[in-house]
Design a binder for this molecule. Sequence first.
Ligand SMILES: Nc1ncnc2c1ncn2[C@@H]1O[C@H](COP(=O)(O)OP(=O)(O)O)[C@@H](O)[C@H]1O
Ligand SMILES: [Mg+2]
Length: 315
Amino acid sequence: MSNETPVIARGLVKRFGSFTAVDHINLEARRGEVVGFLGPNGAGKSTTIRMLCGLLRPTAGQALVAGYDVAQEPEQVRRRIGYMSQKFSLYNDLRVIENIRFFAGMYDVPVSALKERESWVLDMAGLNGRESAVTGTLPGGWKQRLALGCAVLHRPPILFLDEPTSGVDPISRRQFWELIHTMAAEGVTVLVTTHYMDEAEYCNRLVLIFQGRIVASGSPTALKREAMTGELLLVECDLLGTALDVLQQTPDVRDAAVFGSALHVVVSDGRAMIPRIRAALAHQGVMVSKIEPIRPSLEDVFVSLTAAQDNGGRA
Ligand SMILES: Nc1ncnc2c1ncn2[C@@H]1O[C@H](COP(=O)(O)OP(=O)(O)O)[C@@H](O)[C@H]1O
Ligand SMILES: [Mg+2]
């Protein structure tokens, strides 16, 4: 087994006309690592993945996948990766087994290995006994596992998954992540995009992307510990809308946002600010039931980082 880094991107850029969709992305993924690409719609996640898969030519920069340059040798790259595109790539009008055979053919799975790979996919996707079901009639979670199985029929060492769980129920999503971790434990490198914050917690490492740029990266724990500048307070009160307005105008409040039925407020000094926030809210007739320091979630980190970018990031 070679010890080269499976995925390396250096200064990767993609422009569409004058619009820069991916803006100097640097990235590495190690063997067996699950790297999450997290960002809102339009951030540039799919465009990056498609360049790394050798499907879209970078405007500038370089990427090596499985040791091959994606612009110079896209064929070599494609032979060594599995790719699940944002829209499931399955044929809905084909039967389950027909989809598996179609992809086996596309990925040049040797005839001698076909039977074994077919039953592996059926096992993995929990589709034993459903071989002849029409794919389009399957529940979303099963279709998604079948799509994953089809993407890894040729046992690729590197796997790119573009929002593989969007529109899938929570239990199927959990099962799907178990599959991903099983593959990673066997040494497969996984790059996965998502905009679900809860899923981001399943990744070994996260890359936060916003407007084509990486705004932070690190393990979920490290991001929560380091990437937030300031302390986070939970404020429970009535009149959320009024409270939000008040806090956004309170000096030394860096940021305030609604989270469910409460507010998350970023301040530099929690202890000093709690009485001031209480007073400011009381002054506008807002009843406060609780104010306390809390640990930031990934969503807080993301909101805080992207707000910082919006305020001064782009010249
Ligand atoms: N082929 C294309 N031509 C023009 N603009 C594109 C094309 N593909 C993507 N874009 C634009 O690039 C930006 C990033 O898109 P995308 O990579 O799909 O984001 P994400 O996957 O993070 O939602 C979006 O603003 C999108 O409209
Ligand atoms: Mg996308």
